[in-house]
Design a binder for this molecule. Structure first.
Ligand SMILES: [Cu+2]
Ligand SMILES: [Zn+2]
Length: 175
């Protein structure tokens, strides 16, 4: 019971309408290994009150403990053929591959995530580069999320030389 009290109190402070609009879950992806389809993580997408979309990405991948994985959104939502069917990086703004938040990068260049001794890692990203509107070039629904077994150098074009496609998932809308 106690854990509900603090958020509830915050809701009254922020006014009820703001609470209802904030942090609505609008899309999700389940990430699985390309080799044997074992779950290794989730991505959850929320619409924020300021119009941005937030992604909370969690990876639990013991086989890759104490290493980096690199994560990108790829063009197609088809994880077949060891993730190759997702094709290249989703790039709706026609920019170079790069580091998230730098001068130029693809809109799904999430980048490197450090996994701890148990293979756990997470990242949270908020951006106005994404939408879930049908027909919008920024629409992330139906895109693939690829987890690479190497480290993104943020420089090599157009992939960051990120290594093999060890994990994959597809972004699905939540209605
Ligand atoms: Cu990639
Ligand atoms: Zn890229």
């Amino acid at each position: 019971m106690k854990k509900y009290l603090i958020p509830l109190a915050l809701c009254f402070v922020m006014a009820w309408s703001a609470c209802n609009k904030a942090d609505k879950e609008i899309a999700q992806a389940t990430l699985s290994t390309t080799a044997d389809n074992q779950p290794i993580g989730t991505a959850k997408f929320y619409s924020l009150a300021d119009g941005k979309i937030k992604m909370d990405l969690e990876i639990n991948y013991p086989a890759r403990a104490d290493s980096n994985v690199a994560v990108h959104f790829h063009e197609h939502g088809d994880c077949g053929n060891m993730g190759e069917n997702t094709h290249g990086h989703w790039n709706p703004t026609n920019e170079m591959h790069g580091k998230w938040g730098s001068a130029a990068y693809h809109s799904g260049d999430i980048g490197n995530i450090k996994l701890d001794a148990k293979g756990h890692g997470s990242i949270s990203v908020s951006t106005d580069r994404w939408s879930v509107k049908e027909g919008d070039v920024k629409n992330i629904v139906g895109r693939g999320i690829i987890v690479h077994g190497g480290t993104d150098d943020y420089t090599t074009q157009p992939t960051g030389n990120s290594g093999p496609r060890v994990g994959c998932g597809v972004i699905e809308a939540i209605k």
